[in-house]
Ligand binder design. Structure first.
Ligand SMILES: Nc1ncnc2c1ncn2[C@@H]1O[C@H](COP(=O)(O)OP(=O)(O)OP(=O)(O)O)[C@@H](O)[C@H]1O
Ligand SMILES: [Mg+2]
Length: 250
């Protein structure tokens, strides 16, 4: 049986009278790509914020790499966060820094005693992995939206995370660039053996990148399984409507 990297049990989170997560259960296994789908405002981002300790659940369990996140003292929480690469929805590159400086920033801030050679090697390897070695000295303003996303992924990988969290990686991109990003997510997994959660509204992205789909509906995961198990024959109209409103090539 594959190792559980994340184990969520009966998790609740409300903001005042707004009950967002209402008994969420979910397991994430090592080296799988799990896709989370759900309408806007269902709590997908809240869930991954609890996962990295930016928000605390009201009750229930959120175990990441064997540790209950909400109970970790600051130092251990910081150590755990170094193992999780999270790129938040709309998270941007620093506009006043070159691509190289953007990549270097998390590296030198978090890992002491790296030599210049090690830093350069790591940055060059990652830019190569995302297919953009030629952009190293460019400013973010000189890059396209798709290129920025790629550099964002490279920057997230710079600390060698075990878990990658992608919050809407293809939002705002044209369909062909979306496919490039989906391929990149798969290549990252191959190359760096990461375990990933991909949050998306895009069923093509879901189908391309996900080993399993989990649909968040009314505060719980209503269906969890492969794309084929969850979508084409969904009985729940709310799940089916996701499928019906997306164009899927069969
Ligand atoms: N810090 C907060 N304080 C109060 N309410 C919040 C907070 N964070 C999120 N919410 C509310 O929780 C609900 C879920 O938000 P969340 O950002 O998780 O949605 P989402 O599923 O990621 O949606 P989208 O697909 O639009 O990104 C929303 O109604 C939001 O307004
Ligand atoms: Mg969100």
């Amino acid at each position: 049986m594959a190792e559980k990297v994340v184990e969520i049990k009966n998790l609740y989170k409300s903001f005042g009278d707004l009950h967002v997560l209402k008994g969420v259960d979910l397991d994430l296994f090592r080296e799988e790509n799990l896709v989370i789908l759900g309408r806007s405002g269902t709590g997908k981002s809240v869930l991954i914020k609890i996962m990295v300790g930016l928000l605390k659940q009201d009750r229930g369990q959120m175990q990441v790499l064997g540790k209950e996140v909400s109970k970790l003292p600051t130092r251990e929480l910081n150590e755990l966060r170094l193992k999780i690469g999270f790129s938040f929805q709309n998270s941007a590159l620093y506009d006043s820094m070159t691509v190289r400086e953007n990549m270097e920033f998390p590296l030198v801030r978090n890992i002491k005693n790296l030599t210049r050679k090690e830093i350069n090697h790591r940055i060059e390897d990652l830019l190569d992995a995302v297919g953009l070695p030629q952009t190293i000295n460019q400013m973010p303003s000189e890059l396209s939206g798709g290129q920025k996303k790629r550099i964002g992924v490279a920057r997230t990988l710079v600390l060698n995370p075990e878990i990658m969290l992608y919050d809407e990686p293809t939002a705002g991109l044209d369909p062909i660039t979306c496919v490039d990003i989906n391929n990149l997510i798969n290549e990252v997994r191959e190359r760096y053996k990461t375990t990933s959660i991909v949050i998306t509204h895009d069923l093509t992205c879901a189908k391309m990148t996900g080993d399993r789909m989990a649909v968040l509906l009314d505060g719980q995961f209503s269906s969890i399984g492969t794309f084929e198990e969850v979508f084409p024959h969904a009985e729940d109209q709310r799940v089916k409507s996701f499928y019906d409103y997306n164009f899927i090539e069969s």
